[in-house]
Design a protein around this ligand. Structure first.
Ligand code: SAH
Length: 345
């Protein structure tokens, strides 16, 4: 018989599912699942034995199966390929920074957005992840870190998929993650990265959960941006920058603009000048990402000199910029590369 998975249910959902059991039982079980990481009812030693036996016949507590693990040579990045109940696979990347440990999770299996430089979108969208599956990615990383004596400090939804195209599940997961009976994670420790789904950015603003918004910009004008990112033909730069500015004003959270540097495509001083111009006056900073080569994509990384120049230009023209430290390129840490490789075998 198929047992129902309790992992990923909210307290209210657990109460409803377990009725007519008294509500305090749902509370105990939520604490066992989310606070103590218990995976079998036998280990829930604050429940009576006969109840444990009964629950066992109807339910399970399951996150995901580890299909593959890769560690970067410097030991700072660990990438997991997780297998889900229906056989789909998602990538989770653990990053040990000097300022804390972060996990980068996927929001969809595959992606439909079609960005020209990205490996995740090569085979299109397979399906959305559920809130439980996204929370499972975070718990997998959290439990792994705990196993090595560490803890999880932050979450970025920047792996495979477009989180704002899986809006309802994303919001459900974020609210659950924030609950005291779950990880109690502060919204400030969570970053959502989007390619620019403008109406969904407005919806996110209205949810009143002050997560950090990261916008993948990658070009300072509509012509180039539309050539690199199909979403720009639906929602152009002007409306995107307005939505970003508005998000920053309403939430008080500085927006990060991601800018991949593609050698010879968008990395000249003229591009930096135009970028500084369109971002001037915004509560924003820029994260420059040297392109991580993808076998199937023909772009080239920028030269070191181009990165330095671009960075310097922004910082001397009123735009706070950082260069993303390259982490784990030896474990295919760029979106979708590990999954693409394993699946194509
Ligand atoms: N769909 C969301 C989140 C997933 S992509 C978004 O677009 O933001 C996460 C980030 O990785 C984006 O900024 C994306 O543009 C970038 N990225 C994708 N492929 C890359 C590559 N080959 N090298 C460097 N960055 C890449």
């Amino acid at each position: 018989m198929n047992r129902k998975n309790l992992f990923g249910l909210t307290l209210a959902e657990l109460e409803a599912e377990l009725a007519p059991l008294p509500k305090f039982r749902a509370k105990q079980i939520a604490a066992q699942i989310y606070k103590h990481g218990v995976k079998t009812f036998d280990d829930m030693n604050d429940l009576p034995k006969n109840l444990r036996a009964e629950l066992k016949t109807r339910y399970e507590i399951k996150i995901a199966d580890l299909l593959k693990r890769l560690d970067s040579r410097d030991g700072l990045t660990t990438k997991f390929l997780l297998g889900l109940a229906d056989g789909a696979a998602v990538e989770v990347v653990l990053m040990r920074h000097d300022y804390g440990n972060g996990v980068c999770i996927s929001s969809q299996v595959g992606c439909q957005m079609g960005c020209k430089f990205c490996a995740s979108t090569l085979k299109g969208l397979e399906r959305n992840l559920t809130a439980a599956e996204m929370l499972g990615e975070i718990f997998f990383a959290e439990e792994f870190l705990r196993g090595e004596g560490g803890k999880l400090d932050s979450v970025v939804v920047m792996g495979t998929g477009e989180p704002l195209m899986n809006f309802d599940a994303l919001i459900k997961m974020l609210r659950l993650l924030h609950e005291d009976y779950c990880l109690g994670m502060s919204y400030r420790k969570v970053t959502i990265s989007t390619c620019g789904v403008v109406p969904a950015i407005k919806k996110l603003r209205d949810e009143k959960i002050p997560v950090t918004l990261s916008i993948s910009l990658h070009a300072p004008d509509d012509r180039l941006r539309s050539a690199l990112m199909p979403i720009n033909s639906a929602f152009g730069l002007k409306s995107l920058l307005n939505a970003g500015n508005d998000y920053a004003q309403v939430t008080g959270r500085r927006v990060t603009y991601e800018y991949i540097l593609l050698g010879g495509v968008n990395d000249t001083e003229e591009h930096a000048r135009r970028l500084a111009k369109i971002l001037s006056g915004q509560l924003a900073n820029v994260n420059l990402i040297p392109f991580n080569p993808v076998d199937e994509r023909s772009f080239a990384p920028p030269t070191n000199a181009a990165v330095k120049k671009f960075f310097h230009f922004l910082n001397t023209h009123g735009i706070g910029a950082t260069v993303r430290k390259e982490m784990g390129s030896d474990v295919n840490a760029a979106c979708g590369q590990l999954r693409a490789k394993v699946l194509s075998r």
